[in-house]
Design a protein around this ligand. Structure first.
Ligand SMILES: [Zn+2]
Ligand SMILES: [Zn+2]
Length: 250
């Protein structure tokens, strides 16, 4: 019951922030023009992506991972006793570090086919946050770890807070709002400008970080620029984009 309550609160927050970020986008003339120029099929693609990430992923985490573990190894439910602060740091910092490598691997060889769709957006806005091939969700490390950790950790409040903040930061870095992100302490996070360069056509293979940009600084993949890129995305034809959604092939 407490799990369902915390999940419901989390969704209310995320949905509210999403619409706030989406609404603020329309104050920027260039972004507004780009968004209104998107064809209907691209809107559908992004709404499908947001539905997968916002509805099917939580259902998958709860009913597949959580319930399966409860069925297979019920004795481990709530078996890990850690302070909520440790749970928070595990979720917000450690899993984020794993995600940095997860994301970097998705940019290499065979795996690129499952991630390139995320880079197809020629506009940069919150609606593209969850654009990915149908199967890509299963290749994201935190999708699996979140369900398992919620099952294993006794006091899951800290961990759940880390998941909530990670989701909000994901929306923020795709939003083009909040350029105070370049100033400390916000500069330790991956800001919209940092992530916009990850989506640019001019630079490739930089700024893989999720919550934190410091992973890129540590591993030499950081690209710094104070301006937004001029061009975004891979400019794939719409038919190719839909084929990529189903098959993950360019
Ligand atoms: Zn990427
Ligand atoms: Zn992105």
């Amino acid at each position: 019951m407490d799990l369902e309550l915390s999940q419901a609160t989390k969704y209310i927050f995320i949905v509210a922030i999403f619409w706030l970020a989406a609404g603020l986008v329309f104050f920027n003339r260039d972004t507004r023009r780009e968004m209104l120029a998107r064809p209907l099929s691209i809107w559908i693609l992004d709404l499908v992506g947001l539905t997968i990430h916002g509805v099917l992923v939580p259902v998958f985490q709860y009913y597949i991972i959580f319930k399966s573990m409860d069925y297979l190894v019920p004795e481990y439910r709530s078996s890990i006793v850690i302070h909520p602060t440790v749970g928070f740091l595990f979720s917000f910092v450690f899993i984020d570090y794993l995600y940095y490598w997860n994301h970097r691997i998705l940019h290499t060889g065979f795996f690129w086919r499952f991630h390139h769709l995320h880079h197809s957006g020629e506009s940069f806005d919150v609606f593209t946050t969850s654009r990915n091939s149908a199967i890509t969700t299963l290749l994201i490390v935190y999708i699996w770890m979140n369900g398992a950790c919620i099952f294993l950790i006794q006091d899951r409040g800290g961990f759940a807070l880390g998941v909530l903040l990670s989701n909000l930061l994901d929306l923020w870095r795709h939003s083009r709002i909040g350029f105070w992100g370049r100033f400390f302490p916000f500069s330790i996070f991956c800001s919209p400008i940092d992530h916009s360069w990850h989506h640019s056509r001019e630079v490739y293979g930089r700024n893989f970080g999720g919550n934190f940009i410091i992973w890129d600084k540590i591993h030499g993949t950081y690209y710094a620029n104070r301006e937004l890129p001029k061009k975004f995305g891979l400019a794939l034809p719409t038919e190719t984009i839909w084929r990529s959604f189903w098959k993950g092939m360019p």
